[in-house]
Design a protein around this ligand. Structure first.
Ligand SMILES: NC(=O)c1ccc[n+]([C@@H]2O[C@H](COP(=O)([O-])OP(=O)(O)OC[C@H]3O[C@@H](n4cnc5c(N)ncnc54)[C@H](OP(=O)(O)O)[C@@H]3O)[C@@H](O)[C@H]2O)c1
Length: 254
């Protein structure tokens, strides 16, 4: 398997055979784009996926500035598309798969009394089923790598033990559900046998489009968030698989 992966690596102009490879979902902007930038600068082979990379100027600029960055189309709700991309990339070992793509679902749509029920499926499809399907589809790519890490970008908003206030019920529920689903994946015997590490990581309160309109005093910039996350991803090991960490290294209660 490893020899096949090495052979296929050489077929891709973007790749460097000795470098590690990361695949990122939702790399068009925000935290995902910053992950792509930082790993590119560190010399990794970066597979930056987005719903419509041909329209994402910042991502296109990154790819044209770094030959170790390739863009691929991936909508995490399109399960057939996920399988197609996994097949296209068959034989490429992916050291770190980052399930980053996510939506909040709007702030006024999830208030008790005026709930827009149609939002629930969108939030769950993108934030929970998307990461699960991407992980299933790419598990052999990850298992064939050196580092074997699947990192899920969760949120402290998903912590049932720490709920404060009443807001964004669907978003909060989606991150609790993501945590449970990924804990369950981590406990799966085939995942343990393959030695795949399942990370569940919170990025902090980050200044991106996601938090537009919220008070900035408590926010960190995206560079700081991703720098911390990359340090945590480096630390993730088999003992930490299925556990929930902040990107500053604190193990979180669920
Ligand atoms: N910012 C924070 O404070 C914060 C805190 C905790 C957790 N998080 C989590 O961090 C992750 C990234 O957040 P962010 O702040 O970077 O948000 P963002 O700036 O709004 O970016 C969200 C990304 O997700 C992508 N996306 C949305 N739906 C998608 C789909 N169906 N398929 C593929 N990609 C899709 C977007 O692509 P398009 O450009 O095509 O829309 C975009 O690239 C999310 O999972 C979020 O829940 C963020």
């Amino acid at each position: 398997m490893i020899r096949a992966a090495t052979l296929l690596f050489s077929l891709f102009a973007f790749s460097s055979a000795n470098a590690s490879t990361v695949l990122i979902t939702g790399a068009s902007r925000g935290i995902g784009l910053e992950f792509a930038k930082r790993y590119a600068e560190q010399g990794w082979n970066v597979i930056a996926t987005a719903r419509s990379p041909e329209d994402d100027d910042a991502l296109l600029a990154l790819a044209s500035a770094h030959e170790n960055v390739r863009t691929e189309t991936l909508d995490v709700t399109d399960h057939a598309g996920i399988d197609t991309l996994a097949e296209k990339l068959r034989g490429i070992a992916i050291d770190v798969l980052i399930n980053n793509a996510g939506i909040a679902g709007g702030r006024n749509t999830q208030e008790f009394g005026t709930v827009d029920y149609s939002v629930f499926n969108d939030v769950m499809n993108i934030n929970v089923l998307g990461p699960l399907k991407v992980t299933e589809a790419f598990i052999e790519h990850v298992a064939a790598s050196e580092q074997k890490k699947v990192i899920n970008i969760s949120s402290s908003e998903g912590r049932l033990s720490q709920v404060r206030g009443s807001r964004q019920a669907f978003y909060r529920a989606s991150k609790s559900a993501l945590n449970m689903v990924m804990k369950n994946v981590a406990n799966n015997p085939t995942i343990e046998e393959k030695g795949v590490i399942i990370g569940i990581l919170t990025p902090g309160f980050v200044d991106t489009d996601f938090t537009a309109g919220l008070p900035k005093q408590m926010m960190i910039d995206v560079e700081t968030s991703v720098s911390r996350s990359i340090s945590m991803i480096e630390k993730y090991n088999t003992e930490m698989s299925g556990k929930y960490f902040s990107n500053t290294g604190e193990e979180m209660t669920w």
